[in-house]
Design a protein. Structure first.
Length: 134
């Protein structure tokens, strides 16, 4: 259940053979991702469990999920952009149906992220899923 934006990232990763190229691509995604207004970089939007500073601001418009986010680490900004591609635009009711671990495994992220980064990604996914419950 991946969005077209996520499928585009998957296709790019299939084209990039070397993990370092993929890593650079994730960083480029983060650089291109719109920054979160500092006014929203507050405890209410901070994601606990990440090694870096991470803020996600969920938005729901017309029953569809969207979010803004940022991090003080470029690779994490890129991971936020990847999660945005995975979830943005989905109906809120479908957020819990996304198997984020399986989708991210298609990118090989599970094999190449440190344990701390993997925990951070899980924390971000959990925060997104909490939006569906709320």
């Amino acid at each position: 259940m991946a969005t077209p934006a996520f499928e585009e990232i998957v296709e790019t990763f299939e084209f990039l053979d070397d993990w370092e190229d993929r890593y650079r691509h994730v960083i480029e995604l983060g650089k291109a991702f719109p920054d979160l207004d500092p006014a929203f970089q507050v405890p209410a939007f901070k994601v606990e469990g990440c090694a870096s500073q991470v803020w996600l601001r969920p938005l729901v418009e017309n029953g569809r999920f969207e979010f803004q986010g940022t991090s003080d680490a470029m690779i994490v900004r890129g991971l936020i952009a990847v999660l945005h591609a995975l979830y943005a635009g989905l109906p809120v009711a479908d957020l819990a149906k996304v198997d984020a671990a399986a989708e991210l495994a298609r990118l090989g992220l599970d094999e190449h992220l440190s344990a701390q980064r993997s925990n951070g990604v899980r924390a971000m996914v959990q925060r997104i899923r909490e939006t569906a419950v709320a």
